[in-house]
Every structure is written in C-alpha cells, then in structure tokens.
Design a protein around this ligand. Structure first.
Ligand SMILES: C[S@@+](CC[C@H](N)C(=O)[O-])C[C@H]1O[C@@H](n2cnc3c(N)ncnc32)[C@H](O)[C@@H]1O
Length: 280
C-alpha cells in the first residue's frame, strides 16, 4: 500500500489565509502589504497595502518582457493583474486548493501548473520567472537551475521575498526565508547578473504588527476560551489530551503568544528584497 500523503502545514496555512482573506477582506492575495507612511496601520487598509505591493512588484518588470511564469502564484491574483497588463502569463502552485482558486481567477489562456516548481515538466520557455513571496518555499539548489532551464535568452528572474538576516542572539519566532548571505554566495555560481536589489523591509515589516494585533486581540483570547470550555466541561478527557499534546501546546504558545511576532522583530531577523537578475 502506498504511503499516506500528509497535508503540509504551510500549505494548510495558506489555504486558511485564503479562506479568511476572501471572507474578511474580499481579497485573495497571499502576500504582504506595502505600507507607506501616509497609511494608517489598520487591517482595513490591508487590501490597499497589498495593491501597493503588487504595483511595486510589477514596476520592476523590465521592458521587452512578454511571457512570465508566476511561480508559487497562490490564488492567481498576480497572474490576473499581469494578464490585464497584457503579459502572457502561466501560474504554478503545488497546492490543489490554491490551484483550484487560480483556475477560477484567471482565464483559460493561461496554464495553471499544479506542481512544485522543482518537479515542473514543460517545454515552455519564458522571458521572466517571477517569485512573489514564493522563493522561500523552493530550495535554491532547485529554483535557480530550474529557472535558467526554462528562461529565454537574456531572460530575467524577479524575486520578491523575505530572507533571514542571520542576526545573532535569540532565535526568531518568525519562520521562513532563505538566509540572504548563503543565497548570495550560492547564486554567484550561475551566469546571472544582478540588475536591481531593492530593500523594502521597512514597508513590509508593518504586516507583522497587524498579525501581532490579531494574535493578541483575537487568537489568544479565543484559544483561552476554548481551553476554559474544555477544562470546565470535559475535565478528565481534556487533561489526558493536554498531557499527550503538552509539547505541541507549549511550542504553539511560545511561538505565537510571547509577543515576538511583530514588525520590530521582523526588521531584526528578516530582510525583504526585490531582486532582479538577468540571465545569459
Ligand atoms: C505566500 S504564497 C504567495 C502567493 C502569491 N505569489 C502572492 O504573491 O500572493 C506562496 C506560494 O508558493 C507556493 N509554493 C509552496 N511550495 C512551492 C514549491 N515547492 N514550488 C512552487 N511553489 C510553491 C504555495 O503553494 C503558494 O502558492
């Protein structure tokens, strides 16, 4: 009998984010917002901030680019925007939930590849390979060689994502991102010219303050109520469950409720970059 496939926790997290975004914000973007000084830091401005992020990203696409592969395209919203701007775009995501959403959001003229980028099999080639907050999900030893394989002559790789700074001291509560210095060392081995490197950390860090607000004002009180409910109504069974999952509960509380998921911490441990590379 074949091994039972597990549901990856990051993919599950993205699918939940999509459901929440659709319900609360009427939006399906799965990337950070770009917060400028004139914007009040409030969840009601999230969609505006995400739109600003998309505008920023798209403004870095060089002239002459016609075909794009949106790697880790989520629910296809960036693909959709690029199509509206006249580019020919395909979208890729390994998540069946996100691929289904992407198929709904973009027309039939685009391919939606439902696969990990490293497993992609295609004869197609593109002028630009786009990683919008998806670069961190693919090991660089696969993402760079694979991109070069499907890139047209003098094509581009556009990476917009956060990296780990490798700051010393306490380990970050924020997961995700390749270590920047290791990535820069690695990419030296490839015939790629760095054309642009824009640091947008200060504009994206505020997203973590929004997340922190949600944790403190919504998630933590809800967590406490659920625990109280089961403690008072099903004391014996719940005690056993808490014992079995003690380590997981402690880890979750330490990660989410210790107040270490905020913009200030993001700026210490992460650096959000838009990087444009030109291929041979
Ligand atoms: C944070 S979302 C970004 C979505 C979208 N690009 C955006 O900007 O809204 C990360 C995306 O990367 C995808 N992903 C995860 N692992 C991947 C892999 N190995 N190869 C390609 N995409 C991957 C996820 O399914 C998801 O679509």
């Amino acid at each position: 009998m074949g091994k039972k496939q597990k549901y990856d926790s990051k993919e599950a997290g993205l699918a939940v984010s999509l459901i929440m975004g659709k319900y609360f914000l009427k939006a399906e973007d799965l990337h950070y917002g770009y917060w400028t000084e004139d914007m009040e830091l409030d969840i009601s401005n999230m969609v505006k901030a995400q739109t600003k992020y998309s505008e920023q990203l798209i403004s870095h696409i060089p002239e002459g680019v016609k075909t794009i592969l949106d790697v880790g395209g989520g629910a296809g919203m960036t693909t959709k925007r690029l199509l509206e701007k006249g580019y020919k775009v395909d979208c890729l995501t390994p998540s069946p939930d996100l691929a289904a959403a992407a198929r709904k959001n973009i027309g039939r003229d685009s391919d939606v590849f439902e696969t990990k980028f490293e497993d992609l099999k295609t004869d197609k080639k593109y002028d630009l390979i786009l990683f919008s907050e998806s670069f961190q999900y693919v090991p660089t030893r696969y993402s760079i060689p694979k991109s070069l394989k499907i890139l047209n002559k003098n094509g581009y790789i556009l990476i917009s994502d956060f990296f780990k700074t490798g700051a010393p001291g306490q380990k970050s509560a924020l997961s995700g991102g390749h270590t920047l210095s290791k990535f820069l060392e690695f990419i030296e081995n490839f015939p790629l010219e760095l054309i642009k490197d824009v640091d947008i950390t200060d504009f994206t860090a505020p997203n973590m303050d929004i997340v922190n607000g949600f944790i403190i004002q919504v998630a933590q009180p809800m967590w406490n109520i659920i625990f109280k409910y089961f403690d008072m109504n099903y004391p014996k069974g719940f005690k056993v469950l808490k014992k079995i999952y003690r380590k997981k509960i402690e880890k979750t509380e330490k990660k989410f409720f210790a107040g270490r998921l905020n913009g200030e911490q993001f700026k210490i441990h992460k650096t959000y970059r838009i990087m444009l590379y030109k291929g041979p």
